[in-house]
Design a protein around this ligand. Structure first.
Ligand SMILES: C[S@@+](CC[C@H](N)C(=O)[O-])C[C@H]1O[C@@H](n2cnc3c(N)ncnc32)[C@H](O)[C@@H]1O
Length: 245
């Protein structure tokens, strides 16, 4: 899978892909990442990439021409690439969106900066606009990193054990339950006995119950959309009774 990132600040991407799972995935050829300076595609001696907004108002706007030229250079075939503009006004970037994007072989991410991006970039050059949350960042670079990370880890082989990814929070529609590791006891804090029992069925049931409990406590909104079995519904009913009683 390949990502190409168009940015005015390529140096922001100097280190994130040189560590941990990214380094391994890139070394093994699972993921390719190209970072391109939009300024290299700007016309004229001064390679101007931004300008004042028509109609007045503060701030500078990223121009459409250098973005268009950069896209022409990095997208060999428009039909097999997905071009995304990072924007606080875009559709929310969720786990479901990450799963959908992970089916693409080539994703191009356009990072805005300053006051924003000429509207024609989103309207005519990008296939989608994505927002990583209801807050405003100073630039799209950290949003691009979030998208690249969430999508890459869904590529088979990126994480050591792909099965664990399928149980992650949001992948199942629920939050994942708690994890523990050695030691069994630290200070007065003990590991739940069931996890030490070796009884697979009881451990599975406990994990599912904890996952439902945590979702009920922290993100009850997720329960309305989650795919719940009859067994889940019974556990959830008992958990609701417990919390009310
Ligand atoms: C300061 S913001 C521009 C905000 C714009 N004036 C507005 O009100 O919608 C500059 C750039 O940061 C990026 N950005 C900011 N917040 C973002 C978010 N929540 N998700 C994705 N990208 C974001 C976008 O690329 C945006 O063009």
């Amino acid at each position: 899978m390949r990502f190409d990132i168009l940015t005015l600040f390529p140096e922001i991407f100097d280190s994130p892909f040189r560590a941990s799972l990214f380094k391994r995935a890139i070394d093994r050829g699972l993921i390719e990442i190209g970072v391109h300076n939009i300024r290299d595609y700007a016309a004229g001696k001064h390679r101007v990439t931004d300008d004042v907004p028509f109609g007045g108002g503060g701030g500078m706007i990223l121009k459409v021409e250098p973005v268009d030229r950069a896209l022409q250079a990095v997208v060999p075939d428009r039909h097999s690439s997905l071009v995304i503009l990072l924007s606080p006004q875009g559709e929310p970037f969720t786990q479901a969106a990450a799963e959908e994007l992970s089916l693409s072989s080539h994703i191009v991410l356009i990072c805005g900066h300053y006051e924003g991006v000429d509207e024609r970039v989103g309207r005519h050059l990008a296939d989608r606009e994505l927002s990583i949350g209801d807050y405003v960042l100073s630039g799209g670079e950290f949003a691009a990193l979030v998208v690249v990370d969430a999508v890459s880890r869904l590529v088979r082989g990126f994480a050591g054990n792909h099965e664990t990814i399928l149980n992650d929070s949001h992948s199942t529609g629920l939050l994942e339950g708690p994890h523990y590791t050695r030691p069994r006891r630290y200070q007065d804090w003990k590991v739940p006995e069931v996890l030490l029992s070796g009884h697979e069925k009881n451990i599975r049931l406990w994990r599912r119950r904890e996952s439902l409990k945590r979702t009920l406590e922290r993100r009850p909104d997720l329960l309305t959309r989650a795919d719940l079995t009859e067994e889940d519904q019974i556990m959830l009913g008992a958990l609701r009774d417990e919390s009310e009683g």
